[in-house]
Design a protein around this ligand. Structure first.
Ligand code: NAI
Length: 326
């Protein structure tokens, strides 16, 4: 029997892994995030399963190697929180490359509809028996231009949804594909022509703060910015400047630069010390969701199935199909 330490788990993780568990694998569920302080919890384990906000730095990797942990399998597609250089030759990294692009794409469109038609405000108003329509005017999505940065699985699924709304679809991706239903343009063209810009690329060293003061300056006045990818793609202070000046008309953020210590946890009884996040949340034209775009039953089932397969492949010595090549 092999033992695997699952970090940063929530009740919904336990439910889905319970459905797809393997007889040969003993899962130890921990609520703690994996980091330098908690890595010792993986001692005596054969593998580790981690998530988006775990800090898998060189120290953590060194410790895991010492404990004999040979695999970290991520319960997500992204692996920007893993020091890949330090992992090389020490610990194998695997991931779930795709679980439900529809879940994330649909959440992105959900945020656009909510922000444009001000559903978040209408919901609160009618609960207070305020039936005024003042300030709730939106615009037709039909005929508007959406710019999609990153036309991989999620970006293409989002493009298909936008096509259903009759939108003009622009895309920017260093690796264009015929499967994208829109028109490829340069990044500058996308920035200057789009009414809505949605980010669907991974976070890399090269695109850190892709959305910054300079790129926001190139955008149409009143542009909507949607980010369901990774928080650090946006320089948050630049976004706030854009929102304050009116250059940015609205922002839908499922991810946030400094989300690690906050997202997925309940701080409703506490004072949040992150003034930047508080400023964003206070704005009527901003919606923040706490990295929930993936959270559908179908996605959780697919994550559990692929993660168990990754572990079985590794323990049986089969080819690790979902290994991150480093
Ligand atoms: P994918 O690998 O299928 O597609 C990513 C695309 O981005 C590729 O076509 C790639 O060529 C392109 N790309 C890379 N660098 C770029 C750049 N600088 N500018 C424009 N395009 C660039 O990945 P997938 O499955 O579509 O996921 C996209 C991202 O969504 C993930 O990397 C992850 O950060 C995020 N994500 C967020 C979730 C959430 O719950 N909020 C859940 C799942 C993924």
């Amino acid at each position: 029997m092999k033992t695997v330490a699952f970090f940063d788990t929530k009740p919904y993780d336990k439910e889905s892994f319970e459905r797809y568990k393997s007889e040969d694998i003993n899962i130890r569920f921990f609520e703690n995030k994996l980091n330098a302080d908690t890595v010792s919890m993986a001692a005596c384990c054969d593998a580790v399963c981690a998530f988006v906000n775990d800090s898998i730095d060189s120290y953590v990797l060194e410790q895991l190697e010492k404990f004999g942990v040979g695999l970290i399998t991520m319960r997500c597609a992204g692996y920007n929180n893993v020091d890949l250089k330090a992992a090389r030759g020490r610990v194998k990294i695997a991931r779930v490359p795709a679980y439900s692009p529809y879940a994330v794409a649909e959440h992105s469109m959900g945020m656009i509809l909510l922000l444009n038609r001000k559903l978040h405000r209408a919901y609160i108003r009618t609960r207070d028996h305020n039936f005024s329509l003042e300030g709730l005017t939106g615009f037709d999505l039909y005929g508007k231009t959406v710019g999609i940065i990153g036309t991989g699985k999620i970006g293409r699924s989002f493009a298909d949804i936008c096509r259903g709304f009759g939108m003009n679809i622009l895309g920017f991706d260093p690796y264009p594909t015929d499967e994208f239903c829109g028109k490829y343009v340069s990044l500058d063209e996308l920035l200057s022509q789009s009414d809505i810009i949605s980010l669907h690329c991974p976070l890399t060293k090269e695109n850190l703060h892709l959305i910054n003061n300079e790129t926001i300056e190139k955008m149409k006045k009143g542009v909507f910015i949607i980010n369901t990818s990774r928080g650090k793609l946006i320089d948050t202070q630049a976004l706030i400047n854009g929102l304050k000046s009116g250059r940015v008309g609205a922002a839908g953020l499922d991810v946030y630069e400094e989300e690690t210590e906050l997202f997925f946890e309940d701080f409703s009884e506490e004072i949040i010390k992150d003034d930047t996040l508080s400023t964003l949340i206070s704005m009527p034209n901003v919606i923040v969701t706490s990295h929930q775009a993936f959270l559908t039953r179908e996605a959780l089932d697919a994550i559990a199935q692929t993660t168990i397969k990754n572990l079985e492949d590794y323990f049986s010595g089969s080819e690790l199909e979902n290994e991150v090549v480093i």
